[in-house]
Design a protein around this ligand. Structure first.
Ligand code: GRF
Length: 203
């Protein structure tokens, strides 16, 4: 399955997907990386191994709709069947989400529905949870909602800062995202109402 990855910055989750997709038995290949920020460091990670990249700078579009139309055009031209948000910092309209229903997924650094939005790690620490983690989910119009494909739990340590916790969660993200993309690309993760069903692997 050809996938498009949308990024805004560092691109460490993109890197995890690049490494997974390099394995011969991986069912997804990265056909295109799109950044809405020209300076997104993740672009170089893709370019380094010859994955096509495109900068679609949202500031050059008078409307969100125009920006998203350009993104959809680029994804379609590259033949993408699944779109992975990986640190993509633009809220997408309902129209874009509907265009890619059940073919648009996101990774968020908390155990959703806990701590949606920004500042997740600071909120986790302020709340005093002992376990946090990461979630990969199909995207719906409301931010950080949608049927959950997979989650990884991470312990919170007494001496954690938001930064140390973020680093521990990020490590879990790098294993979780490729795993969840594999489930979707293999056709094993399918949406059923508000939930995702995961079919057993063929043996
Ligand atoms: C990750 O923590 C991801 O969960 C969140 O944004 C961060 C992106 O990091 N949506 P990176 O750009 O993949 O390194």
């Amino acid at each position: 399955m050809r996938i498009g990855v949308l990024i805004s910055g560092r691109g460490s989750n993109l890197q995890a997907l690049i490494e997974a997709a390099a394995k011969p038995d991986y069912p997804a290949e990265i056909a295109l990386v799109i950044a809405n920020q020209p300076e997104a460091a993740g672009l170089q990670r893709a370019e380094a191994i010859g994955i096509p990249t495109q900068v679609i700078d949202h500031r050059l579009f008078p409307s969100r709709v125009g920006f998203e139309a350009a993104v959809t055009d680029a994804l379609c031209t590259a033949g993408c069947e699944l779109v992975c948000l990986a640190g993509f910092m633009r809220v997408l309209t309902g129209d874009f989400v509907a265009r890619w229903t059940d073919r648009l997924i996101n990774i968020h650094p908390s155990l959703l529905p806990a701590f949606p939005g920004l500042h997740t790690h600071a909120e986790a620490l302020a709340t005093g949870v002992r376990i946090t983690g990461a979630t990969v989910h199909f995207v719906r119009e409301q931010v950080d909602q949608g049927p959950i494909i997979g989650q990884a739990a991470v312990p919170v340590h007494d001496d954690d800062t938001a930064d140390t916790l973020a680093a521990r969660v990020l490590e879990a993200e790098h294993a979780l995202y490729p795993h969840c993309v594999r489930l979707v690309a293999d056709g094993r993760a399918t949406v059923s109402g508000h939930r995702v069903r995961i079919a057993e692997a063929d043996t």
